[in-house]
Each structure stands twice: as structure tokens, then as C-alpha cells.
Design a protein around this ligand. Structure first.
Ligand SMILES: [Zn+2]
Length: 103
């Protein structure tokens, strides 16, 4: 699969992430962690589903936009950010996928 290139400025994020976001492909931005012992791999279907703007967050955690790799932290039962949260060029839908679940 060929990943789209995009360019945007990230504000209020972890400094190392910002340094990598000048120009990149969607697959180059990943959630960061330091201590692997605090994470456990899980193969649940929750990690395969995508969610649109305004839909209810099914599980608290970190979500990644399928079309640009932008990440958000979201709380269970809250709505996902609205359609105007960010835009893609060329236009593509915002689709949030769970990358790290918190519980
Ligand atoms: Zn996006």
C-alpha cells in the first residue's frame, strides 16, 4: 500500500513528534513510548474498527487517523472530534482507529 504524503504543523505535542512532522508519509508517525513493559499486544477487533467524526468513542485511548496518521487521545463515551478537526488534501474522510487502549 502506498501511503499518502502530507504536510502540516503540529502544535502542543510531544517535541520529538513535532520534529518529525515537517514533511512525511502517513506511516512514518507512530505513537511513542519509552517502557515496553507498560504495553501489551492485543489482537481484539477493537483495533480493526474505524470511527467517523462525532461518533461515540468506544474505548479510551490513542486513536490515529487512517488517512494522515494524526493522533488524538479520546475518552470512552465522548464524541470523536468534529469534521472540521482537520482536513486532507486531496479530500478524504477522517477515520479514527484505536492504536493504544487505556483502561
Ligand atoms: Zn486525517
Amino acid at each position: 500500500m502506498r501511503l499518502p504524503s502530507y504536510n502540516y504543523t503540529v502544535v502542543n505535542c510531544y517535541p520529538r513528534v513535532r520534529a518529525k512532522t515537517a514533511t512525511h508519509k502517513a506511516g512514518e508517525i507512530m505513537a511513542l513510548y519509552k517502557y515496553a513493559q507498560f504495553l501489551t499486544q492485543d489482537t481484539g477487533v477493537a483495533f480493526d474498527q474505524t470511527h467517523g467524526p462525532g461518533q461515540r468513542v468506544p474505548y479510551s485511548g490513542i486513536y490515529r487517523c487512517e488517512n494522515c496518521a494524526r493522533q488524538i487521545a479520546a475518552n470512552q463515551h465522548d464524541p470523536f472530534p468534529p469534521q472540521n478537526h482537520h482536513q486532507h488534501n486531496p479530500p478524504k474522510p477522517i477515520l479514527w482507529r484505536l492504536t493504544v487502549a487505556a483502561h
